[in-house]
Design a binder for this molecule. Structure first.
Ligand code: XIL
Length: 380
């Protein structure tokens, strides 16, 4: 039987003690449904940091003008409302904010990459100017966040990629215009973020991060590391990067030693690690599931009552992961959702019931929670 939920210790306290870090960030990605009522009580008990699951992404923060203009250079006003609501909740409750994300290939409002294409140089100057305006304005609006994902998912999934970069990003494509080097968008993003952070006097307490998924896979990890080295090599003009955000969208049975290898690869460059989007899917899907996005090859839906065997394996997987996070270089762990009643994995990679978090659909602690907070707990 699961332990009595009223005896559950605060996750943030347990982890801070376990890791010996008084200032450790235990974060959770949320939308506005988590800042009132019972969810907000659960959040305040267990977490000391939040990330906006969607509210700080470019398509929310600064979409195209509406109705659309052609060309879409007439920018809409920034839409800080949804993010401000979350930040206000955090501020009022002594909770810190991890900011996600300045640039992401999946959400690029077209005004950002609009420009005068008469020459390669003119176009590059226009796009870089839009990027700088965006980064300065958005960073300036959230002066107190402890980290920014400056670029999200820049790396290629192809283990054989020569330079490590994803080439289907609208940013990469825009920067490639006229034969120029598409990779430079990542350097510019970190350069502009560095300038803004310095101007804001936050050099020592606002980390600038490169965030990506699948860093637990050696081929993808190598690509991410290549990009970090590419950014580091731009130090001549002062460009800085503090570390890597490992999303860690994992599944039951995930190999924690590969997570350790990912953390070590970043440490070897002298940088810090954040765990940014942790969840553990109940389904040990094959890799082909994520390209095809159908059942099969994705595993069949368990429905509303997943088997205990899956929940138990999930719990021991979580335990091994939180043990792997016990390293000096790891400064924060964020789960991608508060409880199983709100998770993106009910629609990714297929529509299917998933239960990937530490708290159940009724907001009670799961076996996964208990294995993390109590090394002596034995799962059924
Ligand atoms: C996801 C959100 O959870 C969904 O609500 C949204 O529809 C799509 O984005 N990697 C990331 C996150 O960096 O921003 C994604 O979040 C999940 C994968």
């Amino acid at each position: 039987m699961l332990p009595d939920p009223t005896t559950a210790p605060a996750l943030k306290t347990v982890l801070s003690t376990k890791y010996g870090k008084p200032d450790f960030h235990v974060g959770v990605a949320i939308e506005s449904d988590s800042i009132t009522g019972v969810p907000s009580l659960l959040l305040k008990k267990h977490f000391n940091a939040i990330t906006a699951e969607n509210a700080m992404k470019p398509d929310t923060i600064w979409p195209n003008a509406s109705p659309a203009t052609n060309p879409p250079t007439a920018r809409a006003t920034p839409n800080f409302g949804p993010a401000d609501e979350l930040v206000t909740f955090a501020t009022n409750n002594g909770i810190e904010v991890r900011a996600h994300t300045l640039l992401w290939h999946q959400t690029v409002p077209t005004w950002l990459i609009q420009g005068n294409q008469s020459t390669a140089n003119n176009y590059r100057a226009d796009v870089a100017q839009h990027m700088q305006n965006y980064i300065e304005t958005v960073m300036g609006h959230f002066p107190d966040v402890y980290a920014w994902d400056v670029v999200n998912e820049a790396a290629s999934d192809d283990p054989g990629s020569a330079d490590g970069f994803r080439t289907d990003s609208p940013w990469y494509i825009a920067y490639s215009f006229g034969g120029k080097d598409g990779r430079e968008y990542v350097r510019d993003a970190f350069y502009f973020a560095t300038l803004k952070r310095t101007a804001m006097n936050r050099v020592n307490d606002m980390a600038l991060m490169l965030n990506d998924y699948n860093t637990e896979l050696p081929g993808k990890r190598a690509n991410v590391i290549k990009i970090v080295q590419y950014i580091l090599a731009d130090s001549g003009r002062g460009t800085m990067i503090d570390g890597v955000g490992h999303q860690l969208h994992l599944q039951v049975g995930a190999d924690a030693s590969q997570v350790t290898a990912a953390l070590q690869a970043v440490e070897a460059l002298g940088l810090i690690n954040h765990i940014t989007e942790l969840d553990v899917s109940l389904y040990a899907d094959p890799g082909t599931c994520f390209s095809g996005r159908t059942i099969p090859p994705c595993l069949a839906d368990y429905g509303a009552s997943p088997p205990q065997s899956a929940l138990s394996l999930q719990a021991t997987t979580y335990r091994a992961l939180f043990n792997a996070f016990d390293r000096t270089s790891v400064k924060s762990v964020t789960t991608w959702g508060l409880a199983d009643n709100h998770t993106w994995l009910n629609s990714w990679p297929v529509n299917r019931t998933n239960r990937p978090l530490l708290f159940d659909t009724s907001l009670y602690p799961k076996w996964a929670f208990w294995t993390v907070v109590d090394p002596a707990i034995v799962v059924p």
